[in-house]
Design a protein around this ligand. Structure first.
Ligand code: SAH
Length: 282
């Protein structure tokens, strides 16, 4: 397993040798605004009126981002407002989504679509998930739990977008990708954001990442026919696992697993469509 620091900044650290001091929360993302959390909190406090139910509405098309500064922030906040109108309720998830510049994680030819509520291709046959689904999964991970969460494992780094969001919600994030091309692209995408608590790993996430276990949360961005045993084993007591699972051929659902002192509980939630979980390196 290869491990690299997102953005390549900061001293090497990892699960085996955890840093003595925890990074500040929320992490600052330079180059966006002087106080991203505060600004986005204001943006996210928009009226929840007109709610069309939990993520149920079809969103209006977003205006295109005009560059990387305040204009892109305006379209990003407009997206967050639509997510809130569709049922997103968790303030920290709202803030994170208002902070992370999704357009920097997709090809520049697709940047104008980055704040529409759609999945987009990220190369090598993979996709960045639809913002609605990303928000839903993060909310399932965070709701009712003190933030920041402890250590969290993401399986399927892809372009690194969801990993950046997780880094704003968790103390430490380990994100594994099996395709070297995407692992490297994610590192590039994340370089400028300088998120010292985000660790990118190249490997087969079906084995989890035992060196970082136990995890307060595990989130997968690819669907297999069942949940790998390693993920269940690496979940801490009190931890949650959120993963798309193909419970019958062609039928995927989000599955939420919680580990308590008594054992594991399982809920089958929304119908979804994710790329397949594959074993080995690509
Ligand atoms: N969260 C990502 C979504 C990426 S799509 C984002 O924000 O962009 C899902 C990713 O899971 C793909 O990049 C795919 O290569 C990866 N994947 C599939 N099976 C995997 C495995 N066993 N281990 C690690 N990554 C895997």
């Amino acid at each position: 397993m290869n491990r690299s620091k997102a953005g390549g900044a900061g001293p090497a650290s990892g699960a085996a040798a955890r840093p003595a001091t925890r990074p500040a929360f929320p992490a600052q993302i330079p180059g966006l605004t002087s106080q991203p959390a505060a600004r986005s909190a204001a943006g996210a406090q928009v009226a929840k009126s007109g709610s069309a139910g939990k993520y149920g509405a079809t969103p209006a098309a977003a205006p295109a981002p005009q560059g990387g500064g305040l204009d892109s922030e305006a379209v990003r906040l407009a997206l967050v407002r639509r997510l809130v109108a569709q049922g997103l309720q968790h303030p920290a998830v709202e803030r994170a989504m208002a902070t992370v510049p999704r357009h920097r994680f997709v090809d520049s030819a697709l940047a104008s679509q980055a704040y529409e509520d759609i999945s987009l291709p990220i190369g090598l046959g993979q996709t960045i998930s639809q913002p609605t689904i990303v928000a839903r999964m993060l909310e399932l991970l965070c709701t009712g739990r003190p933030l920041p969460l402890g250590r969290v494992l993401e399986v399927g780094t892809g372009c690194g977008y969801q990993a950046a969001l997780l880094s704003l919600l968790c103390h430490e994030v380990y994100s594994i990708e099996r395709l070297r091309g995407l692992h490297e692209r994610a590192r590039e995408n994340l370089r400028e954001l300088r998120l010292p608590n985000l660790h990118l790993l190249l490997g087969d996430g079906m084995a989890g990442y035992p060196a970082g276990a136990p995890y307060a949360g595990i989130v997968a961005a690819a669907a297999g026919p069942e949940l790998p045993g390693a993920w269940l084993e690496q979940l801490a007591i009190g931890g949650r696992l959120v993963a798309p699972t193909e419970l019958s051929p062609g039928q995927q659902h989000l599955v939420l697993i919680e580990r308590t002192a008594q054992g594991l509980s399982r809920q089958v939630l929304d119908a979804v469509r994710f790329v397949p979980l594959k074993s080995g390196l690509g």
